[in-house]
Ligand binder design. Structure first.
Ligand SMILES: C[S@@+](CC[C@H](N)C(=O)[O-])C[C@H]1O[C@@H](n2cnc3c(N)ncnc32)[C@H](O)[C@@H]1O
Length: 233
C-alpha cells in the first residue's frame, strides 16, 4: 500500500477521526509551553485543536504522505509554532528530542510497532510522554469479515491473490510488552468501544473506500472500486 493519501477526500470524511482525536486530546494535561510531535498529523485537523492547548508551545507535525503534509502546511501557514516534515515514522528523525509525542488515528496503519516505538522513544526527552490513540484489537472486525468475503468473490478475487494487509490492530498486552521493550514505562493502555453508525450504505461505502479500504481499492481498477466498497458496506 502506498504511503500517499488523498488529502481532499480525507478532509471531507474525517469528522469521526477529528471527534475521537479531540476526545483523546481532552484527557491530556498540558501546561501550554511543551514541544510536541504530532505523529501522523494528516491534514492537521486534530493538530489544530492541539495548538489551541499550546499557546507557548511548538508542534513538529510529521506525516508520511506528501499530500497530507502539504494540506497541513496550508492550514497553518504563518503560525510560527508549527514545523512540518514528511517522514515515515518508522525512520523518524528529529533535530532535538521533544517533550511529548501525540498521535491520533495513525498507529494501526503501521505494522511494525516494535520499530515504531523504538523510533518514538529516540525522539523523546528523558521522562517525555507518549500519548497515542488508534484502532486496537477487535476494531472493525465485522468490516474485516465482510471484506474477506467480498475479496473472494468475482470479479475481485484475482486482484487479491497476493494480498497482505499491513494494518495492525494491537491488543493491550502486546502493546504493553512492546512499549516496555522500547524502554517506555506504560501507565495507561486501554481499549474502548466506539460504535459508529452511518446513515446510509452509500455513506459507509464512501468512508470505507477512502479510508479503511484505501489499500484494497488501490489494488482494483477504477471501475471496480465503488462496487467493491459498496459490496463490503
Ligand atoms: C487516519 S489519518 C489520521 C490523521 C490525523 N492524525 C487525524 O486524526 O485526522 C492517518 C495518517 O497517518 C499517516 N501515516 C500512516 N502511516 C505512516 C507512517 N508509517 N509514517 C508517517 N505517517 C504515517 C497517514 O499518512 C495519514 O495521514
Amino acid at each position: 500500500m502506498t504511503m500517499e493519501w488523498n488529502a481532499s477526500s480525507y478532509e471531507t470524511l474525517a469528522n469521526l477521526m477529528t471527534k475521537w482525536g479531540e476526545e483523546f486530546l481532552s484527557r491530556l494535561d498540558l501546561r501550554g509551553d511543551e514541544s510536541v510531535i504530532d505523529a501522523g498529523c494528516g491534514t492537521g485537523r486534530v493538530t489544530e485543536k492541539l495548538l489551541e492547548r499550546l499557546p507557548d508551545g511548538k508542534v513538529f507535525a510529521v506525516d508520511g504522505s506528501h499530500a497530507m503534509v502539504e494540506a497541513a502546511k496550508e492550514r497553518f501557514a504563518g503560525d510560527g509554532r508549527v514545523s512540518f516534515s514528511r517522514q515515515n515514522l518508522l525512520e523518524l528523525e528529529v533535530e532535538e528530542p521533544m517533550d511529548i509525542i501525540f498521535s491520533t488515528a495513525t498507529f494501526h496503519w503501521i505494522r511494525d510497532h516494535d520499530r515504531l516505538f523504538e523510533r518514538l522513544a529516540a525522539a523523546l526527552k528523558s521522562g517525555g510522554l507518549l500519548a497515542a490513540q488508534c484502532g486496537g484489537e477487535g476494531n472493525i472486525s465485522r468490516i474485516n469479515d465482510a471484506t474477506e468475503k467480498v475479496m473472494r468473490r468475482e470479479p475481485f478475487a484475482p486482484r487479491f491473490e497476493n494480498w497482505t494487509d499491513d494494518k495492525l490492530y494491537a491488543g493491550v498486552g502486546a502493546t504493553e510488552e512492546r512499549l516496555r521493550e522500547a524502554d517506555f514505562e506504560p501507565e495507561n493502555i486501554w481499549l474502548h468501544e466506539e460504535p459508529t453508525p452511518f446513515e446510509s450504505v452509500e455513506g459507509l461505502a464512501a468512508y470505507l473506500g477512502a479510508i479503511i479500504l484505501r489499500g484494497h481499492v488501490e489494488a482494483l481498477p477504477e471501475t471496480e472500486r465503488v462496487p467493491f466498497a459498496l459490496a463490503v458496506a
